[in-house]
Design a protein. Structure first.
Length: 143
């Protein structure tokens, strides 16, 4: 069934975007290097990129056996981990994006809370000179 909202212009724009993606680097092959704990993706340009599975959405905590099987899909625009039902988009990998926007935002927020240096450390020192964190007010319930 044809989408009645799909115009010729929209179709042509989508086709042009697809052609542009196919002109850029794509995955030629991919494998898991257990010795270095890295997923290695070889691109059509001959360049290889590698990343730790723990840094990619859907791969954290995966076993070597689950990472051993990787498929190149979508004309080299995607890599698929069938045992994990996880997919990564190659153009996004080239930009350092290893997951969805929500997943990346959650990781960024978590890492920000662990930062201990610079302004955060100075604020903690100033607060410590004033007796530290204020105690919570006692609630008036029961006793």
């Amino acid at each position: 069934m044809v989408d009645p909202e799909l115009t010729t212009e929209a179709f042509e724009a989508a086709r042009a975007r697809g052609e542009t993606r196919l002109r850029g680097p794509r995955a030629e092959s991919a494998h898991y290097d257990a010795g270095r704990d890295r997923v290695i993706v070889r691109l059509t340009t001959g360049v290889e990129i590698g990343f730790a599975p723990r840094d990619a959405e859907g791969l954290a905590g995966a076993t070597r056996e689950n990472l051993a099987e990787i498929e190149v899909e979508a004309l080299g625009l995607g890599i698929h981990f069938p045992r994990l039902d996880a997919d990564l988009y190659v153009p996004a990998l080239l930009e350092g994006v290893l997951g969805s926007k929500a997943w990346m935002a959650a990781r960024l927020g978590a890492s920000g809370g662990r930062v201990s240096g610079g302004a955060k450390a100075e604020a903690a020192r100033r607060n410590g000179r004033h007796g530290g964190r204020p105690r919570k007010a006692a609630t008036g319930g029961g006793s």
